[in-house]
Design a binder for this molecule. Structure first.
Ligand SMILES: Cc1cc2nc3c(=O)[nH]c(=O)nc-3n(C[C@H](O)[C@H](O)[C@H](O)COP(=O)(O)O)c2cc1C
Length: 183
């Protein structure tokens, strides 16, 4: 069993990373191999829009996204995490998602095998829980298009650092509960 995390925060020890680790620890305790990829530390360029992937089945860009294409294919479950930046997922996560276009053929069939479980982690400074609900919905929608099965989203609200996150026992518990459903 392999569970991969795609981290859309550049802060290696930030709240998004912390919650993803809490969630994925539940799968580790069941014997899963886990790995979190920090997109900000990887060399991932934007989608060129060339649509070569529709003819050849692979992306022309020879950058670190090639590692993630392999990891996404190999994973049994995927965790996508992002802080809210300016009302949206971060730019690096959006770039990753754009590049996932190459995982679809010309008929929009995904190169990923169906049935991978998907969980989403959102952190935000704003205290209103539903304020950015469209962001996890969008992430789930995109990965449902790759045959993934969403098992839940955890949203930490009103957090600007991990000290604030650690005061929210409910959100930490929810991350663990969703983690249990990943494998
Ligand atoms: C550039 C930037 C933009 C942000 N924009 C928003 C925003 O629009 N809404 C919000 O609720 N929080 C916003 N925040 C706060 C972060 O979403 C919040 O602190 C988050 O928990 C940071 O996650 P991290 O510790 O994993 O990096 C912003 C933070 C930064 C640095």
């Amino acid at each position: 069993m392999k569970v991969i995390g795609i981290l859309g925060s550049a802060r290696e020890n930030g709240s998004t990373h912390y919650l993803m680790e809490e969630m994925m620890a539940e799968t580790k305790s069941k014997g899963a191999e886990t790995e979190i990829y920090n997109l900000a530390k990887m060399n991932i360029g934007c989608c060129l829009g060339c649509e070569s992937c529709k003819k050849t089945g692979s992306c022309v860009r020879n950058d670190d996204m090639q590692i993630l294409y392999g990891e996404l294919k190999a994973a049994d479950a995927i965790v996508i995490g992002t802080p809210i930046y300016m009302g949206e997922m971060t730019g690096q996560l959006k770039t990753f998602i754009d590049r996932c276009f190459a995982l679809k053929d010309a008929e929009h069939n995904s190169h990923l095998s169906a049935g991978k479980r998907l969980a989403v982690v959102i952190t935000q400074g704003a205290p209103m829980p539903d304020h950015y609900a469209k962001t996890p919905e969008r992430i789930e929608y995109i990965f449902k298009g790759h045959g993934c099965v969403p098992v839940g989203t955890v949203t930490a609200v009103g957090v600007h650092n991990t000290d604030e996150l650690l005061k929210d026992e409910n959100v930490l518990e929810k991350a663990k509960e969703i983690g249990k459903q990943l494998i």
